[in-house]
Design a protein around this ligand. Structure first.
Ligand code: HQG
Length: 181
């Protein structure tokens, strides 16, 4: 499949597996899972037919590994980035001592005063390295990257999770743990 088509399907799936499953006639089960057969039938009904093979190719080749099948291959979910209320059932994990968050310069003053908030998502998203964080920030405007002192946060009792595609998640980051780099 061509890259353009992979992106088109990925955007379609992100919309319905993260944000509005009900408008495709789907509901997400615990963990955010949907039956693959139900998803394919719903896509067809929406005049966006996808084959099982195309779905497998998107899961495998998606640039950010946004989607996963369950071990039996009968269910699929978005790994992170939901706005609908779901419990991904992730286990708390110890993060590397420093993680990074990319944002836009226009958010600087607000973040300095109240820290990082989850906004419309379930968690604040943190990246493993500066270049990934920079790319995330670019989506919002002129990028700005913060180093997050996850080691100190962990000691202070904050909980971290890591999604199946390696994005670190936490509830909020108070300003004292942020350093602009
Ligand atoms: C900002 C993409 C003002 C925050 C990426 C961000 C990521 C504040 C924006 C994933 C704030 C929320 C998530 C505050 C946070 N004042 N602005 N107090 N606290 N913000 O898109 O982290 O392509 O919800 O800095 O790769 O940009 O979807 O979060 O700029 O992993 O797979 O509010 O989305 O992945 O924006 O991105 P978002 P994000 P996907």
């Amino acid at each position: 499949m061509e890259e353009k088509q992979l992106v088109r399907i990925s955007k379609f799936l992100s919309k319905y597996l993260r944000h509005e499953p009900e408008s495709l006639g789907l509901s997400l089960a615990l963990g955010g899972w949907v039956m693959v057969d139900d998803l394919l039938a719903a896509c067809k009904k929406k005049s966006f037919p996808i084959t099982r093979e195309q779905l497998e190719e998107v899961v495998e080749k998606n640039s950010k590994k946004r989607f996963s099948f369950d071990p039996t291959g009968t269910q699929i979910r978005a790994n992170q980035g939901h706005s609908v209320e779901i419990d991904l059932q992730l286990e708390p994990k110890i993060p590397p001592p420093t993680l990074y968050h990319g944002t836009a310069e226009k958010n600087l003053e607000s973040i300095k005063s109240i820290g990082l908030q989850k906004m419309s998502r379930h968690h604040v998203h943190l990246s493993k390295d500066i270049s990934t964080a920079n790319n995330v920030g670019t989506r919002h405007g002129k990028p700005l990257v913060f180093a997050v002192d996850t080691s100190a946060m962990q000691k202070a009792g904050h909980t971290f999770y890591c999604s199946d595609n390696g994005v670190w998640l936490t509830d909020n980051v108070p300003p004292q743990y942020l350093k602009k780099i």
